[in-house]
Design a protein around this ligand. Structure first.
Ligand code: TA6
Length: 287
């Protein structure tokens, strides 16, 4: 455990191949490095580590809401809260591979209930395998006496060499809602998705495996998602960036958000029920 300059604890998961840094602010992974690649996540040089501001970069968990483009609070409050380390987490079935991991836990306070009037327990396991694969498994339990519905987005800021040089494979022929065009519905046409202007889209019911290829850095990030039907793709480009206080004017060139999400159709949990969703990021080097 180390402390950031505001005294908020950060944990470092490390093995022979890789390391990941997790802030207890938002249970947010803010760094993921492998020995072969260096840093794989984008973190803004202007990021603010001071709750209730959410940290710009890494992998913020947006829950229970993810409304489009209004205020930052519309992306849920759990990324603004200090989580605790769960010392005796319940056993996760089927989880036998060698890995280092940490279990984090959040329960809403009375103040949180004024924002979202439902009682839940949120457990997040963040793990790093021997090959440097990063995985984030969320388990959300309804501990209320009535049903509730939520949305969740793993808002994943990848670090890229140059946004104009990367492409996403796995979205071709998929449907998307374009947030820049009043959520109109389109079908992705190209063989892969490339970038030359602002993008803000939700690919609904999209493939569970995507590849983000960065040929300058000679690497591909493979994104695998489970329980997260949708994919958000976002880059604010130059004009929008100027309105984002904690993002440098040119930093959009080095970032790309590709988010596993349950967004289009909210998840409903009955009292006592639990939902599980999993995001896994791994690396392929291009020779
Ligand atoms: O669709 C992605 C998006 O909702 C954009 O509209 C944009 O506002 C972005 O996320 C950034 O969100 P944040 O709350 O982290 O500033």
């Amino acid at each position: 455990l180390v402390k950031d300059k505001n005294g908020i604890s950060q944990l470092i998961l490390r093995n022979n191949d890789a390391s990941a840094t997790v802030s207890l602010l938002g249970a947010q992974v803010i760094s993921w490095k492998t020995k072969r690649t260096g840093e794989l996540l984008f973190l803004s040089k202007k990021a603010i580590f001071n709750p209730p501001t959410a940290v710009r970069g890494g992998i913020p968990i947006c829950f229970p809401e993810f409304k489009n483009n209004e205020t930052r609070e519309d992306h849920g409050f759990v990324r603004n809260r200090i989580w605790v380390i769960e010392e005796n987490p319940p056993h996760l079935s089927g989880d036998f591979s060698a890995k280092v991991y940490v279990d984090l836990f959040l329960k809403p306070s009375k103040e949180d209930a004024k924002i979202w009037p439902h009682s839940f327990e949120f457990r997040l396991r963040i793990s790093l395998t021997a090959l440097g694969i990063l995985s984030l498994t969320s388990r959300i339990r309804n501990v209320d006496c009535k049903n509730f519905s939520f949305r969740i987005v793993y808002h994943t800021y990848l670090s890229v060499s140059d946004i104009c040089e990367v492409r996403i494979e796995g979205l071709e022929t998929q449907y998307y809602l374009d947030n820049l065009l009043q959520k109109q519905r389109f079908t992705e046409q190209g063989a892969s998705l490339t970038f030359e202007s602002e993008v803000d889209r939700v690919y609904t019911d999209s493939n569970n495996v995507l590849a983000v290829r960065d040929h300058y850095k000679k690497r591909t990030v493979i994104i695998r998602k489970d329980g997260l039907p949708d994919t958000v793709v976002w880059n604010p480009w130059d004009k929008k960036s100027k309105f984002i206080a904690d993002l440098g004017d040119k930093e959009y060139q080095e970032m790309l958000c590709v988010d596993g999400a349950a967004l289009e159709n909210p998840i409903t949990l009955k009292p006592g029920e639990e939902w599980k969703g999993d995001l896994e990021l791994s690396i392929l080097l291009i020779s």
